[in-house]
Ligand binder design. Structure first.
Ligand SMILES: [Zn+2]
Length: 247
């Protein structure tokens, strides 16, 4: 492996002028040189330099335009799709996958001065993501249960962090782990539980086309893992919250 430029899948990119690198190649090289993972659900904001996100948006728009041409859509004459490439590029980089390209929202933590150690839950928090396999939406709800440690964060901050984590291509099982890691990093709770219940459009819109199916998964850490009664209390609180909402 002596190549300095990462291989481009299937050679689909048009040739660049001699010596020039596209912005995605530059960013990718930076990541590979430093042995940094850049899987679909990784955040790479620290490796994108000032101004490069705008460049990336142009590059992605160019590639989406080629995708539309390959789908034999007459983007030169179809007023509906004439600017679709630009819209899709902006949507991926600035909205639905912003959790890959943008830094984590600022979240201040505070000392737990009253030494609160009762558990509380936050939810439902709406989560919006896309499956890594087909890039179609995953939409659902998330509940977070906390037994505080020495630091606490504001309730609204859980929503912001969840939105940032979920705004990447994901599989649900990994999304819940990544969110748990981030919350532990922010406030190191004594106990943490997360439940995600989501609808997967790759099962509703395509594939088996089963509109009612949803996927529920959870993670429990710390005291929630070691103490079955705490875990039970968390699940019960979530059940009550859900029941309250459905009445
Ligand atoms: Zn899928």
């Amino acid at each position: 492996m002596t190549s300095t430029i990462p291989a481009i899948s299937n050679g689909t990119l048009p040739p660049l002028s001699a010596g020039a690198q596209s912005v995605s190649q530059r960013i990718r090289k930076r990541l590979i040189d430093q042995d940094i993972s850049f899987l679909a659900n990784d955040n790479i904001a620290a490796f994108i330099q000032s101004g490069e996100l705008d460049e990336l948006e142009h590059e992605v728009a160019d590639r989406v335009r080629e995708l539309l041409r390959s789908l034999v859509i007459d983007i030169d004459n179809d007023h509906n799709t004439a600017e679709t490439a630009e819209r899709v590029a902006r949507m991926y980089l600035r909205e639905v996958f912003k959790g890959r390209y943008h830094h984590q929202p600022k979240v201040a933590s505070f000392p737990n001065v009253k030494q609160l150690d009762e558990i509380y839950t936050v939810g439902p928090i709406t989560v919006r993501s896309a499956c890594s396999h087909h890039l179609v939406p995953i939409m659902g709800n998330c509940w977070i249960g906390i037994k505080p440690g020495d630091r606490v964060i504001g309730l609204s901050k859980f929503t912001r962090v969840a939105d940032w984590v979920f705004s990447r291509p994901h599989i649900q099982e990994e999304a819940v782990m990544i969110l748990a890691d981030e919350i532990e990093r922010l406030c190191a709770p004594q106990g943490l539980g997360i439940i995600i219940k989501a609808q997967h459009y790759c099962m509703k819109w395509r594939g088996v086309r089963e509109p009612q199916t949803s996927m529920v998964n959870s993670v429990v850490r710390g005291d929630f893992r070691h103490d079955p009664s705490l875990k039970q209390e968390f699940f019960e609180l979530v059940r009550q919250q859900e029941a309250m909402l459905s009445t």
